[in-house]
Design a binder for this molecule. Structure first.
Ligand SMILES: Nc1nc2c(ncn2[C@@H]2O[C@H](COP(=O)(O)OP(=O)(O)OP(=O)(O)O)[C@@H](O)[C@H]2O)c(=O)[nH]1
Ligand SMILES: [Mg+2]
Length: 552
């Protein structure tokens, strides 16, 4: 054998020999393989001569053996080794497996002389090749595949045990399939790595097997479980998520608190205190209201007021009642016009002065910007949203000349409107509640007070009071001011259509009684509704007299 003779030579010669041997070995064909080829050729010759000797008459068994022999020779060069005699394939495989198992286990080898050693050496090297080839060539061979898979199965079972989370059989089967595929590929890699290590090292088979085992865990490329681990991890992760999904979800207890349910509250709880305090406050307020309402209902209106309310259809009325009285409810402010009238034109207004066009000509935020007092002025004052601007439109029957809004505080300046050439109507900003800053509202109030107390040519102030709510402290303030400044003022109840007729009369009576002692007040209290038009004609008549006789 080339290897053994090479070792026995002297140092220099052995080095050269080793070098040449290595070069030959790395070139892919060793001296040994050449000898093997020669041997196999001689064996083929022997076989042919043997065939001739038997006269080509071979029994089925021998022919099968021969076929196996030929097949084995023609196949991998690791299949047939030894004494040159053709051997049955199965026997040879069995023996090789025994050797392989012994070598893999690192146990004792069979030593049957030089031939046996040669066999063993050949097998050792051949085993690795066989294993490599077996995977490459016999991937379709089930028996060989099982041999490979048993190892892989061990590794797989280890990993499987480590995973601990593969649950059902179907999933594990799926995972093992993945492992299997990964392992077959991995075994190719391991074997190729092993062949490479054989080229580099001249260690024993047991060492190489150790390397094999070690390489499975040391080198990431050669590690059979890298991709497999990944697969397992992936599966594991997916299983985890599945497991989590499968776990019965804890239902969150949603406690809905009823804010009005105080059955579970302690008596000293804030909520109870608040609630009870609120209730007490409400009761007190209710009592006060009751007393006010009772006082109000106790008012007995004068016969003149009652007849005025009934004649002008003041208060909340049903439409059928208005229709029966002969008014056309299709018109705006129908009660303002003459009975059975179909026209809303201002030409039908009984007072000529109010037939004139209403024309805006000045607005003042401060007293210095007041226009010159050329005409007698009639001003409309009152709290915000009481209906001042609406009344101007209703009196002149010119809807939209003066802007109105349901939002308190729309009119923020003193607006001057000429009604023809004889009189000027002045729309004042409201006081009291309004969507404006306190300082702004104070400024409006001061402006109004200044206007009503100092304005030359101001002949009448119509102080508008909401029929529903009556007089408020701010109204009293302005009345006191006008009393001091001797400005003539007349109370006009607005929005009479929002309350019952009797309440309209009561409110009028209440105000008359409360302001009886005042000197600057002009009686009677007027009652109007810009919406229904009730009482507008009466107010026109009163105001037309002022315009007719007033002089600046
Ligand atoms: N039901 C009813 N609503 C009225 C009457 N007069 C006015 N209104 C409504 O009351 C609201 C306020 O009317 P305005 O004329 O703007 O009141 P204002 O006093 O000028 O308000 P400010 O300019 O903010 O001071 C509007 O939505 C009107 O439609 C009425 O006689 N009856
Ligand atoms: Mg207004």
């Amino acid at each position: 054998m080339g290897i053994s003779t090479g070792v026995k030579t002297s140092d220099g010669a052995s080095l050269r020999h080793k070098l040449s041997k290595r070069l030959k070995f790395s070139s892919g064909k060793s001296k040994k393989s050449k000898e093997e080829n020669t041997k196999s050729l001689s064996r083929e010759k022997d076989y042919k001569s043997y065939k001739k000797e038997n006269g080509g008459q071979m029994n089925i068994k021998s022919s099968k053996k021969d076929k196996d022999f030929v097949k084995g020779r023609e196949g991998s060069d690791g299949e047939v080794r030894g004494n040159g005699r053709p051997k049955p394939m199965n026997f040879d495989r069995k023996r090789k497996r025994i050797y392989a198992e012994q070598d893999m286990g690192g146990g004792a080898t069979i030593d049957d002389g030089a031939e046996a050693r040669n066999k063993k050496n050949l097998f050792k090297k051949g085993h690795n090749r066989v294993k490599c080839d077996s995977v490459k060539e016999k991937s379709g061979d089930k028996s060989r595949s099982i041999w490979v898979s048993s190892k892989l199965k061990d590794a797989a079972s280890k990993t499987k045990n480590a995973s601990h989370k593969l649950k059902d059989a179907a999933e594990s089967a799926e995972v093992s399939n993945t492992k299997w595929r990964g392992k077959v590929k991995q075994s190719d890699r391991v074997d190729s790595g092993l062949n490479g290590s054989l080229k580099k090292h001249t260690k024993s088979n047991s060492d190489s097997n150790k390397n094999l085992n070690a390489s499975q865990y040391k080198f990431p490329d050669a590690s059979p479980s890298k991709s497999f681990k990944k697969t397992v991890q992936y599966k594991k992760g997916s299983n985890d998520s599945e497991v989590l999904d499968e776990q019965p979800k804890k239902k969150k207890r949603v406690i809905r608190i009823d804010p009005y349910d105080i059955s579970n509250k302690r008596l000293d709880d804030d909520l109870v205190i608040d609630e009870s305090a609120k209730e007490k406050k409400k009761d007190l307020e209710k009592d006060a209201e009751m007393s006010k309402n009772a006082q109000f209902r106790a008012i007995q209106p004068s016969p003149s007021i009652l007849s005025f309310v009934e004649d002008n259809l003041l208060g909340r009325r049903r439409s059928i009642e208005i229709r029966r009285a002969g008014y056309n409810i299709e018109l705006s402010a129908p009660l303002d016009n003459i009975p059975l009238s179909t026209s809303s034109e201002r030409e039908r207004i009984e007072e000529n002065i109010f037939r004139n066009k209403l024309a805006f000509f000045a607005a003042a935020k401060v007293s210095s910007s007041f226009p010159a007092p050329d005409l007698p002025e009639i001003a409309f004052a009152g709290r915000s949203n009481v209906g001042k601007s609406s009344l101007l439109n209703a009196l002149t029957r010119q809807w939209g000349v003066v802007r109105t809004s349901d939002k308190p505080g729309l009119t923020q300046t003193i607006n001057f409107f000429n009604l023809g050439t004889k009189v000027c109507l002045v729309d004042l900003p409201g006081y009291g509640f309004a969507y404006a800053k306190e300082e702004v509202k104070d400024a409006w109030e001061e402006l109004v007070k200044e206007y009503v107390s100092t304005r030359v040519g101001l002949k009448r102030v119509c102080l508008l009071i909401d029929t529903k709510w009556g007089m408020k402290p701010r109204d009293h303030e302005l009345i006191n001011l006008m009393e001091r400044s001797q400005t003539k003022y007349q109370i006009v109840l607005t929005k009479t259509d929002t309350v019952f007729p009797m309440d309209v009369a009561r409110r009028a009576m209440q105000i008359e009684e409360s302001l009886k002692a005042n000197k600057s007040i002009v009686e009677p209290v007027m009652m109007v509704s810009s919406k229904s038009g009730a009482g507008i004609r009466s107010l026109r008549t009163v105001l037309a007299k002022i315009a007719r006789f007033a002089k600046v």
